[in-house]
Design a protein. Structure first.
Length: 477
């Protein structure tokens, strides 16, 4: 997608883009950028064996930003005429408190795509007929109900997004990308003797429709959601107290994302509101913990060829053998903190400001046998999957609900439990990780991260790990 293809797709000329940048990049403005976006989103959802909702939305617009020192001026327009573009540029500059004046000379090269392609899906591959979406959900509904007669309801949804973006910056970049995204989610409700329990499973990424048919993956999602719901019917009340906890691989990495990852985003550390502020080069975890943020994994939900500032994403080592090595940065916070740009400047849409955000965040594999990790625990909890959670960035304290968990008794996984919550703090929990398995697993591709009212797709991952001591909230003394 070289030449001026993306410029043309937005109905713009190179001169109009350069002119708008010149209007905003004046006098005291350190940096300016324009973020153009065109997005087609489609969703079909089913419940009680009926299609309950089918939507399609199309959005297009531009966000204009000016930064002057620590001040940011931002404006956006859903009209892409020269008049509206110039108005947004003037507004962003005004908000940043920079007076009007002669535009700066801005040199912008021909529009390019990033040098790599982590998700080579063309528009034709990304488009899925509504009939095919409905057929997929009908098959999922039937498969889940076939799993066990106690499955009384099935809710499933299939969402796709096809986004074309272009970023023009005052430091000489004009670059574009095409970003497909899809997600399939299944929730089952099981009922027995008046008791109702739910189970969920899903997956996706920057992948096409065929991904869900490979090895009948979509049917495995249905069976897994049904299995979790049926399992919870037999779950006993979770114990309460301080005990060792083993986290399973994959999705339990959401605990790292929330309890530790957000605390390593540069804006919180620049403002010194993070529990990890001013701890670079210091020990914040046990020496078996190495945590990275990697936006370069092909096809993953959190991966990007470039971030929303046009910077190539990368692999950033955050914690290395227990030592804090780096923060997650965008251009603004990297400049103000005099630290490297990591390619983590992200936004929900053209209507949103850029924030430093995670991509795919996970702990690297260790040397321990996962079975040995479980055998090392006499009495504790084995948490396989999590639901919701809350975190206070300023002190790292968190509360997470386990949606699938088991007792560990005498070194063996035994009965399933319900109502278990993990309570602790991010900086403290990492120091109590004593064993890390060699079975690193990434999540199935369902993660969505919220920050300052913005949601972006992310990935998480974790090998099996042992936390020697953590508070478990439950209903059983």
């Amino acid at each position: 997608m070289g030449e001026l293809v993306q410029l043309k797709s937005f109905g713009l000329t190179e001169g109009e883009v350069i002119g708008a940048l010149g209007r905003v990049k004046v006098r005291d403005v350190d940096y300016a950028d324009l973020y153009f976006e065109s997005c087609v989103s489609e969703s079909v959802s089913m419940e009680e064996s009926l299609v309950k909702r089918a939507t399609k939305s199309v959005s297009q617009g531009v966000g204009v930003r000016a930064t002057a020192g620590e001040k940011t001026g931002f404006a956006y327009s859903d009209e892409l005429t020269k008049k509206d573009l110039d108005l947004a540029a003037d507004t962003a500059r005004y908000i940043a408190n920079s007076p009007s004046g002669d535009g700066a000379a801005v040199s912008v090269p021909v529009c390019q795509r990033p040098s790599r392609d982590l998700y080579p899906i063309e528009r034709a591959q990304a488009e899925v007929a509504t009939a095919d979406r409905v057929s997929l959900l009908n098959a999922i509904d039937a498969e889940a109900r076939r799993y066990d007669p106690r499955i009384k309801n099935v809710m499933a949804s299939f969402n796709t997004e096809y986004k074309v973006v272009m970023v023009a910056t005052s430091d000489g970049t004009l670059i574009g990308d095409v970003q497909p995204l899809s997600r399939l989610q299944v929730t089952c409700i099981a009922e027995e003797n008046g008791q109702r329990q739910a189970g969920s499973f899903g997956g996706g990424g920057r992948v096409g429709f065929e991904f869900y048919h490979e090895g009948d993956r979509y049917l495995s999602y249905a069976r897994e959601a049904a299995r979790a719901a049926i399992l919870n019917l037999s779950a006993i009340d979770a114990p309460a107290g301080v005990m060792p906890v083993v986290l399973g691989g994959g999705w339990p990495g959401i605990l790292l994302h929330e309890a530790i990852g957000h605390g390593l985003e540069a804006d919180f550390n620049r403002k010194k509101t993070s529990a990890f502020s001013q701890l670079l080069g210091k020990r914040v975890a046990s020496d078996v913990c190495t945590i990275v943020d990697d936006g370069t994994l092909p096809g993953r939900r959190g991966s990007l060829n470039m971030d929303d500032e046009g910077t190539p994403t990368g692999r950033t080592v955050l914690i290395e053998q227990g030592i804090l090595r780096g923060y997650i940065t965008d251009k603004l916070n990297a400049r103000l903190m005099s630290i490297p740009v990591t390619g983590n400047g992200r936004r929900e849409s053209y209507q949103s400001v850029v924030l430093p955000r995670m991509t795919n965040t996970f702990m690297l594999a260790g040397a321990s046998d996962p079975e040995e990790i479980i055998r090392s625990v006499d009495r504790g909890l084995y948490a396989v999957s999590f639901g919701g959670g809350q975190v206070d960035i300023t002190n790292g304290k968190f509360v997470f609900s386990a949606s699938e968990a088991y007792l560990i008794e005498g070194g063996k996984v035994t009965r399933p439990v319900k109502g278990a919550t993990l309570i602790g703090s991010g900086p403290e929990i990492l120091t109590k990780v004593s064993m890390v398995g060699y079975d690193l697993k990434l999540d199935e591709g369902i993660g969505t991260c919220g920050k300052d009212g913005q949601s972006v797709p992310v990935g998480v991952g974790l090998p099996t790990i042992r936390i020697d001591e953590i508070t478990v909230g439950g209903t059983q003394g």
